[in-house]
Structures are given as structure tokens and as C-alpha cells.
Design a protein around this ligand. Sequence first.
Ligand code: ATP
Ligand code: MG
Length: 209
Amino acid sequence: MEVEVAAKRIGVFGGTFDPIHIGHLVVAEEARVAFGLERVVFVPAHISPHKLDVAVASGEDRCEMVRLAVRDNPAFTVSRVELDRAGPSFTVDTLRSLHAEYGAETQLYFVMGADSLLAFKTWHKPKEILRLTRLIVVSRPSYALDLEALDRELPGIAAATDLIDSISLDISATDLRARVRQGRPIRYQVPCAVAQYITEHQLYAGDKA
Ligand code: ATP
Ligand code: MG
């Protein structure tokens, strides 16, 4: 008798995480529960192709902050796959690596906010990405989505995408960096251990605007 084995479902959450914040964690948890993901792998970008001039904390600092942020959730893990790969961090390469790591039968779900989906067609090899993963897209304040319009520009994207509603948290890493620079609070917008890490390592305080 043939026994059907359900494919393992793994979430992949890429980002600069400069720094990781509560908005990211809420998105990952919503996606995990909505799709029964066995785990969500957070992948801090080495050099994000989308932000070649923006990352202001080192890869090691950003990775450590992600590790601190996810350590109390057994389903959340961090991958160094992009940090350990030279050059710009292309999602398509990351998905290929993760497929090799988890096995071809694993269904990957790439998790992103609405702003990322709007820019998706400009990513490196977007059609190849859609062959490797489904997309879980979470609403984000100020970013309206029109999947039909996106599908006209990149046929297939609508069928590969699941939209989920999450609570709206208008938190961004850009705003958090500005807050630190200006001496305004970030407490409660990032996990406690991340706020401590930023203070101890004097991150962002001397950023240029
Ligand atoms: P920055 O302001 O530096 O761009 P960010 O807050 O957008 O930082 P990223 O590391 O760029 O954080 O985001 C990683 C992923 O998380 C992206 O897909 C982004 O859309 C999503 N994301 C970040 N913040 C939120 C939020 N508050 N709500 C929903 N999605 C979010
Ligand atoms: Mg962003």
C-alpha cells in the first residue's frame, strides 16, 4: 500500500533585518500558523541587491540580532546561507541552497511584506523563484496590492501567491534607525534583547540620515 507522505512545509523569510523588529516576528508567526509551516527560516541578506547603499549594521550584528529575536520560538531559525555567500544576495540562489538542504520534496514558502511583492518583478530571475517556491505575502500599512495588475506584468505570480491578512504594524527598520539616531525610543518595537544589543554595540547612533 502506498502511503502518501505530506510534503514538509518550510517558510523562508529574507530581509536585511537592520534591525529585526516586531513587525517581522508577527508576519513570520502569522505565516507559520496560517500555512502549518514546520519552521520559518530567517535569512539575513549579506548584501541586499535592493539596498546596495543602505545596510548600516554589519552582517554579523544583523544575524546576531535575528538570533536573539527568534531564540524563544522553537519553530524559528536563522540561516547564514546568504551571509556566507559572496556577492549580492539573490533570493533565487538562496532557494536553490535551501532546497538542497531540506530535500526536493519540501515545499518552500517565501514570506514577504506587500512592499516586497510590488518590487518582485525587478528581482533577479523572478520566474525561476516562482518555480522554486510559493509566496506568502502579508499586508503592510501604506502598500496597496493589485495582484491582477502584477500578474499582467509577471504572468504566474498571482497563482503562486497566497495573501494573508495580518494586524497592521507600521514599524520599519528605516524608522527604527532614525529613532536611534535621534535619541527617540525603540523599546517595545524590537524584542528587549535586540534593544539591548543595539545599545551595547552602539549601532545606528552615528548613522548619516
Ligand atoms: P527597511 O526600512 O530597512 O527596508 P524593513 O522594516 O522593511 O526595513 P526588511 O528587512 O527590509 O525590513 O524587510 C524584510 C521583509 O519583511 C520584507 O519582505 C518586508 O516587506 C517585510 N516587513 C518588514 N516590516 C514589515 C511590517 N511592519 N509589516 C509587514 N511586513 C513587513
Ligand atoms: Mg524594507
